[in-house]
Design a protein around this ligand. Structure first.
Ligand code: FAD
Length: 499
């Protein structure tokens, strides 16, 4: 059978082959989107280095039934793309994402009290509530409120917020009248710490863009997942991808590009040396390396969509000066990322039972926690578990501390707050700590001036597209929704290239 002049055989279009690398939110979104829009014209293979799906947003269950959390994750009301993708995969998002009742709880050291921010009501009430937060001494409240109102006005104004990217949010605030010391209160610090930008500065663009996307209480409402993310969210999406005709290959670690002229002609891959990312505490901690003797080249693809995280991407083809001196690649070296740290602590007695949302403002590195007991199905009705505290933060400054020091310091600092009480006395049943240091685990820092160096989906290679939370996209925040948006944009770029 010979192809006809228009490249078809017996009237059927010859399918073009697409390789998608990475099965985090961006890779899964890109792979499904390619088949949803052009399955008659595309064959899509998704490869990823580990076993568990979801990348940095994965969490799973061990054979002993315990959760292995890579880091606490929340979904925000404006995550329309992620929710819609999940629904198309046959999962009712309302069944798997539970609201934290619009509440979050800043701990202010000056009063040693955990306060509550309530996001209920309409948009104006929400902005007003945020602006009239009662956790500050009376003398600072008016000043803080005036600034927050201005920040909301700017965020909702429709103006191009990227013009604030070269400024840090603290400076933006002080330039807009906030007294400098007010930036030290937890409620304010949270804006950069929740993006793990501590101790670095966060771009004003990034914070204002978050405020814009959370433009109403509904869009700002925070949700948590009822079980391990890999099983509850990412596996159904992968099954959906397979049902559309895609194929999936785990344990495939991409190490280098093979290229000729302006085309990627192959990808060097190997089996990872360990079980790979996401298979337990150690795998999350260690760098994943190619196992000797397993190297091979994947070839025959027309297009490649890479959702490899930035810190891994910049280590590929390192010996090739020509590539790394070219402007597009050289620019990527201006981006930095951070190692995160997370801890799950189970107690026998209830702790923070009256705080449905995240409690934050405690000292780094694990200064944020959420009691997941009411949310995780496995623990919700288990009377032997009083609370499941999920802590998260950035490792910077604490790299030399031992795990024991980190655990002990965190227990001490939270226990000093009367509303938490002595955590040891609450009966510690289990502690699991993860230092997410491997390149694939690092999270992009949204520092001032960073956006000019973030690429879009297109690359100097005509058939290589990039996606991931670190790639610029319509959402533009370093989060799952940004990664999904970016994956879908890369898929659209491939389809556009098909003509
Ligand atoms: C501690 C922590 C807490 C967070 N909390 C939130 C939150 O509350 N809400 C939120 O929305 N976001 C949160 N995030 C961010 C969110 O996890 C990321 O933005 C999102 O996972 C990025 O998706 P991605 O697909 O771009 O990359 P990743 O999730 O990193 O996925 C990349 C994929 O590529 C694979 N891969 C990597 N290198 C290779 C290679 N060389 N070869 C083959 N495959 C490779 C990985 O195994 C993975 O499958 C958090 C992140 C961390 C670290």
């Amino acid at each position: 059978m010979s192809p006809s002049r228009d490249g078809t055989a017996r009237g059927h279009a010859v399918k073009r082959r697409v390789l998608v690398i990475g099965a985090g939110p961006a890779g899964l979104a890109a792979a499904t989107s390619l088949l949803e829009t052009a399955r008659d014209r595309l064959d899509v293979t998704l490869v990823h280095q580990g076993h568990h799906l979801g990348g940095k947003a994965s969490s799973t269950r061990r054979p002993d039934g315990r959760f292995v959390e890579h880091g606490w994750h929340m979904v925000v009301g404006f995550y329309d793309r992620l929710r819609a993708l999940l629904r198309r995969a046959g999962v009712n998002d309302r069944d798997v994402f539970v609201s934290m009742r619009g509440q979050s709880h800043p701990y202010e050291a000056w009063s040693r009290r955990i306060h509550t921010l309530d996001a209920g009501g309409d948009a104006v009430a929400f902005a007003a509530r945020f602006a009239t937060y009662d956790g500050l001494p009376g003398a600072d409240r008016a000043n803080y409120s005036a600034f927050m109102s201005q920040a909301f006005l700017e965020a909702f104004s429709g103006a191009d917020l990227t013009r604030h990217d070269d400024l840090c949010f603290d400076t933006f605030a002080v330039e807009h009248g906030l007294r400098p010391y007010v930036t030290k209160y937890s409620v304010f610090r949270f804006l950069r710490e929740a993006y793990f930008n501590f101790p670095e500065r966060i771009s004003a663009y990034h914070v204002l863009q978050s405020m814009r996307l959370m433009s109403s209480p509904k869009r700002a409402e925070a949700f948590v997942c009822v079980g391990p993310w890999s099983e509850v969210v990412w596996q159904p999406i992968a099954r959906y991808f397979l049902s559309l005709g895609g194929s999936l290959e785990p344990f495939t670690l991409a190490t280098d590009w093979v290229w000729t002229g302006d085309r990627i002609t192959g990808v060097r891959v190997a089996r990872p040396d360990s079980a790979g990312h996401g298979d337990g505490a150690r795998a999350w901690r260690d760098e994943v390396r190619p196992a000797a003797g397993t190297e091979r080249t994947l070839e025959g693809f027309d297009f490649v969509v890479s959702t490899i995280p930035h810190a891994v991407f910049v280590k590929m083809n390192r010996a090739e000066e020509r590539m790394w001196r070219s402007p597009w690649f050289a620019r990527l070296e201006n981006l930095r990322s951070a190692a995160t740290v997370s801890m799950t602590l189970t107690t026998t007695k209830p702790v923070l039972a009256d705080k449905p949302g995240p409690v934050f403002g405690f000292p780094a590195p694990l200064g944020i926690t959420v009691n997941m007991k009411p949310y995780w199905r496995e623990y919700r009705d288990d009377p032997s578990v009083g609370s499941v505290l999920d802590f998260v933060g950035q490792e910077a400054g604490f790299e030399t501390w031992s795990d024991e020091q980190l655990v002990s310091f965190t227990l001490d600092s939270f226990s000093r707050a009367p509303q938490v009480g002595d955590l040891r006395a609450a009966g510690v049943r289990d502690v699991e700590l993860h230092r997410n240091r491997a390149d694939a685990e690092r999270l992009l820092l949204c520092e001032p001036g960073v956006n000019q160096f973030r690429p879009g989906p297109r690359t100097p290679f005509s058939n290589l597209f990039v996606a991931g939370d670190w790639v610029r996209n319509e959402v533009d925040l370093i989060c799952m929704e940004g990664a999904v948006a970016s994956g879908q944009a890369a898929a659209a770029a491939v389809v556009a290239r098909l003509g």
